[in-house]
Design a protein around this ligand. Structure first.
Ligand SMILES: Nc1ncnc2c1ncn2[C@@H]1O[C@H](COP(=O)(O)OP(=O)(O)OP(=O)(O)O)[C@@H](O)[C@H]1O
Length: 264
């Protein structure tokens, strides 16, 4: 279970640039739940993920993962529990290392040094099998530099990498936004498969209401640093993109300026 209690984050406090990104945010996510996160620009979605990954330490509040208070844990320590895939396909892997070296780095994360050090034939074979499931022919390109791959291929490998480590939490930050529609669909299908296979507790930020309702089992909407809508179960399965848009406008008390973006 992930618990965020009374989380406050303010950037540049006490300056003319002061910006409250999260205010009194409370959120509990049960283990294995797949939560999609929507909200307007600047609503605090990425900050929420940053607080979970440890990139940002909240000014106030507590972050608990499986009953461990991780609020003060630095990012490298959290990496044992938390994996992340970013919008930019270049951000999740190292371009100058080979596909195999990238996979090996992910594999080692969270494992003891002794276990992680040796890349046994069995582990290599597992890498090949994992890559083969992508159906991109990458299983025969273990020695190729990551930088040679397309954006979609890199995102697919980043997803695999996030599943190779022993972590339990997956954070997806608009991870299909930079891909063409066909590749985005492919990466979403892969996301769904990996999350359900590995029973990862997942938070997926998206600007697409359609994606938000199509994937996962719970949707939260953020606005001005708070959760303003939280739906799951039957209530969620009945929701249409239009309902969601309407609720969004109502809850915000204003008309949406970026409907087109959110309807994608
Ligand atoms: N490092 C930073 N320094 C200063 N302000 C920041 C920083 N990071 C975020 N902010 C501000 O905090 C607020 C929340 O930002 P955040 O990136 O979490 O929003 P978001 O919901 O992810 O938005 P978007 O959909 O545009 O990515 C915004 O007003 C943003 O400008």
């Amino acid at each position: 279970m992930i618990q965020l209690e009374s989380i406050d984050v303010t950037f540049e406090p006490g300056t003319p640039l002061e910006k409250v990104a999260l205010q009194g945010l409370n959120l509990t996510i049960t283990t294995g739940q797949f939560v999609t996160v929507i909200g307007s620009n600047g609503a605090g979605k990425s900050t929420l993920l940053n607080v979970l990954s440890g990139e940002i330490r909240p000014d106030r509040g507590r972050v608990t993962i499986e009953d461990q208070d991780v609020t003060k844990w630095p990012t490298y320590k959290r990496a044992k529990l938390v994996a992340r895939v970013f919008q930019n396909p270049l951000a999740g892997s190292c371009a100058d290392l080979t596909i195999e070296e990238n996979l090996a780095l992910a594999y080692r994360r969270g494992r003891s040094r002794k276990l992680g050090k040796a890349l046994t034939a069995k582990v290599r074979q597992d890498f090949r099998l994992q890559l083969a499931r992508l159906e991109l022919g990458l299983e025969d390109r273990l020695g190729d530099r990551m930088g040679l791959l397309s954006g979609g291929q890199r995102q697919a490998v980043s997803l695999l990498m996030s599943g190779l480590a022993s972590n339990q939490i997956l954070l997806l930050d608009e991870h299909t936004a930079a891909l063409d529609p066909k590749t985005a669909d492919y990466v979403l299908r892969l996301t769904r498969e990996l999350v359900s296979e590995r029973q990862l507790t997942t938070l997926m930020v998206t600007h697409s209401m359609k994606q938000a309702l199509m994937l996962g089992d719970r949707t939260i909407m953020m606005h001005e640093g708070q959760v303003i809508l939280d739906v799951a179960g039957e209530a969620r399965s009945r929701l249409t993109v239009n309902d969601l848009l309407q609720q969004f406008s109502q809850l915000r008390g204003e008309e949406l300026a970026d409907d087109a973006l959110l309807l994608d």
